[in-house]
Design a protein around this ligand. Sequence first.
Ligand SMILES: [Zn+2]
Length: 151
Amino acid sequence: MKLKNGIILGAIVGFTTNIIILLFLPSRKVVCRDGWESPSIGIIGACSHHGGVEQDTRLFFAFFFSVFLGLVVTIWYISKQYKEDEKIRNIKEAKEKERLEELKRNSPSCPICSNYMTKRVAKKGKYIGKEFWGCSNYPKCKGIINIDLQE
Ligand SMILES: [Zn+2]
């Protein structure tokens, strides 16, 4: 998606740049390669005895400049997106870490393995619907603390 958007953006920028250059490029008198000028120049064959029609090299420069600009914009866009993604990932990781630290601070330690515990709700048995502390190592460790009994 990032790649696709970047390429589309680059193509639009390159295309638009080329159009703008062509629109604002001052028109140049068409001449033959050897400098010959005649009223019929520009019509096919008119310069055949004068080395052919002189190419307007500005058009090539305009084209290559537009392609170059499009590429630069594509690379800039994609790298910007990747940097933003990384920033978001870092923030998410930091928040997750903080949440875990908070959880560890505010929870008792497991009576079996002394790891931190998380609050859970019983899904079955006679305490169904009641909250209890379950070991964070579950299902490896089955240590629990019943909140109702604690209070
Ligand atoms: Zn445990």
